[in-house]
Design a protein around this ligand. Structure first.
Ligand SMILES: [Zn+2]
Length: 177
């Protein structure tokens, strides 16, 4: 299953794909912001642990839906108004990064997500306590290696293609009218 770094890597690849990336914002702030957005749907694990002592209690419900990605994407796109530390990203990109989490869960795991909540919801079954969750985050991250490598390769390819096309335009002679 994709874990926090895997989701962050996929989110970064989506960001790279969908933005021009030429702004003056600090790269570190963007990285942190994307990591938070890409992992936002799994906030339901923390809620389950705090309320029911079971990380699966509310897992893969409303937070793993299109509606959640759109609402939280909208809030995230306005969050820069509240703190100068929060990068300014548009609604579409924020929603896409959040939704990349749901897509990754859907494609890389066998348990269903709740794309169509509130019309249809698929809760995660079973039990996952604090130690299970912490162990998977800190000691099973290597399972995401292939996802992270795939995301890095995607980012490099996108940059190469962008670099190639911008260099090509830069080399074109300026026509004097
Ligand atoms: Zn998830």
């Amino acid at each position: 299953m994709p874990l926090p770094m895997g989701h962050a890597a996929i989110g970064l690849a989506f960001y790279e794909f969908s933005s021009n990336n030429n702004d003056a914002l600090s790269r570190f702030k963007i990285f942190i912001f994307i990591t938070i957005l890409a992992n936002l749907p799994d906030f339901d694990v923390i809620v389950g642990l705090l309320i029911k002592w079971n990380g699966n209690a509310f897992h893969r419900g409303p937070t793993h839906s299109m509606v959640f990605a759109l609402i939280m994407g909208f809030i995230a796109s306005r969050a820069w108004k509240f703190s100068s530390h929060i990068p300014r990203m548009n609604f579409g990109i924020c929603s896409l990064i959040i939704f990349s989490h749901v897509l990754a869960d859907f494609f890389f795991t066998s348990a269903p997500v709740s794309f169509l909540w509130p019309f249809k919801v698929n809760w995660c079954s079973g039990y996952s306590g604090w130690s299970d969750v912490l162990t998977s985050i800190f000691f099973q991250g290597f399972q995401d290696a292939s996802i992270i490598i795939g995301s890095v390769i995607s980012i490099i390819l996108i940059r190469m293609i962008r670099g190639y096309s911008s260099n090509r335009y830069a080399r074109l002679p300026i026509r004097k009218e």
